[in-house]
Design a protein around this ligand. Structure first.
Ligand code: ADP
Ligand code: MG
Length: 381
């Protein structure tokens, strides 16, 4: 079932009572979530992700705006009538109940025509337990299971009433790295198998990119960009999105467009033809770590091509498949530039100055004032 969010705004009174000004947690949020898809809601802590989820579930009421499930306006519907399944970071299982009783719990409150017999409940519990692969744990208590297993129970409990929408709020954050990886694959499988429209909230861009059909990137209650994960990564519309997606982070330099070329500091790194030139202006030049090609290889520091970025070498980190070349540059916005190259292309000698060609598709240029992307400068846009 598709979900339509129209001009959703949520304002809270400030938690600090001395401050009169309200907190705008969600600000004019408009988006359509297609039926049967897994959508990632991504953004830094405090950007309003959980509030969006709580508005969809009905736990919070919007200050303004409308929510539709399919064609139904659910804005004023209480949470229990919306047909949503919720999973939170902290599992929220009842410690004194067994797994089976925990999963069965939402079914026991059904009344009237929806009321189920004990056998019907048991059969539903077994069905979801099988789906999340915990059939053999049904008699355990939550305290006797790993975090990953507990989260599967929480997912089973959210699914047992066959919700129309599944909402997951940072469901993997309490798991250790290995379990996180495993459980996120598991989430993807469960979503594909059930076909339930699912919104997955996370602040972890890698997690979101790896399993979601599409991403909504938020900051300060706004949608910054949405689209297929690879598209958002390859074509960030502003500097915030460019910096938020990708590990290690994109390298941001102060630059300039002038004299028919793109400059990083004093280094001319790319010729610009007339069509994509634009007027002279100050920009940010952001280069993905995989966008560098090391060209200093002769031990002399000699570089023939002029269009190179000249950096000061700091150190090399060999990581098997890839090698990181860590260096500095006077126009760099952070502390160190990180270039990642395939280990087989690693220069034999490196030191002093290290120069790089920059792959055009891995460069994004942003206006220095608005931080909006300037299109048409590189092949990537
Ligand atoms: P996220 O889930 O992205 O970390 P939240 O949706 O929890 O962000 O919060 C967004 C903003 O709204 C934050 O500034 C937070 O402090 C504020 N906020 C959330 N809930 C409340 C509340 N009940 N009362 C006051 N402020 C709140
Ligand atoms: Mg949150």
């Amino acid at each position: 079932m598709k979900i339509v969010l129209e001009h959703l705004t949520k304002r809270f009174p400030n938690k600090n009572r001395k401050i009169k000004e309200e907190v705008i947690a969600v600000d004019d949020f408009t988006h359509e979530i297609p039926d049967g898809k897994l959508i990632g809601l991504l953004g830094p802590s405090g950007c309003g992700k959980s509030t969006v989820l709580n508005l969809i579930s009905g736990l919070e009421k919007p200050t303004e705006g409308k929510i539709y499930f399919g064609d139904d306006d659910v804005t004023d519907l209480p949470p229990e009538n919306r047909g949503v399944g919720l999973v939170f970071q902290n599992y929220a299982l009842y410690p004194h109940l067994t797994v089976k009783e925990n999963i069965r719990f939402p079914l026991e409150n059904l009344r009237g025509k929806d009321k189920l017999t004990k056998d019907q409940m048991d059969s539903k519990v077994r069905e979801v337990a099988k789906l999340v692969q915990i059939e053999n744990l049904l008699d355990r208590k939550p305290g006797e299971m790993s975090g990953g297993q507990q989260q599967r129970v929480a997912i089973a409990r959210a699914l047992v009433k066959k919700p129309r929408v599944l909402l997951l709020d940072e469901p993997l954050s309490n798991l250790d790295a290995r379990l996180r990886l495993q459980t996120r694959e598991e989430l993807k499988r469960i979503q594909l198998e059930t076909g339930i429209t699912t919104i997955f909230v996370t602040h972890d861009q890698e997690e979101a990119m790896s399993i979601c059909d599409s991403l909504v990137v938020m900051e300060k209650g706004h949608i910054m960009q949405h689209g297929a994960p690879q598209d958002v990564y390859d074509q960030p519309e502003d500097l915030f999105v460019a910096k938020f997606l990708g590990t290690p982070q994109i390298n941001v330099f102060k630059g300039e467009i002038r004299d028919d070329a793109l400059f990083i500091g004093k280094d001319r790194i790319m010729e610009l033809n007339e069509e994509n030139l634009g007027e002279s202006r100050k920009v940010y030049v952001a280069v993905r770590p995989e966008g560098f090609v090391a060209v200093t290889d002769d031990g002399q520091g000699q570089v023939k091509n002029e269009n190179c970025l000249h950096c000061d070498f700091r150190k090399m980190e060999v990581m098997g498949r890839d090698t990181s070349i860590i260096c500095t540059h006077e126009a760099f916005e952070g502390t160190v530039v990180r270039a990642i190259i395939p280990s087989e292309t690693r220069p034999r000698f490196i030191g002093g100055e290290v120069s790089f060609y920059i792959k055009p598709s891995k460069v994004h240029v942003f206006d220095a004032v608005t931080e909006d992307v300037i299109r048409g400068i590189t092949d990537g846009e």
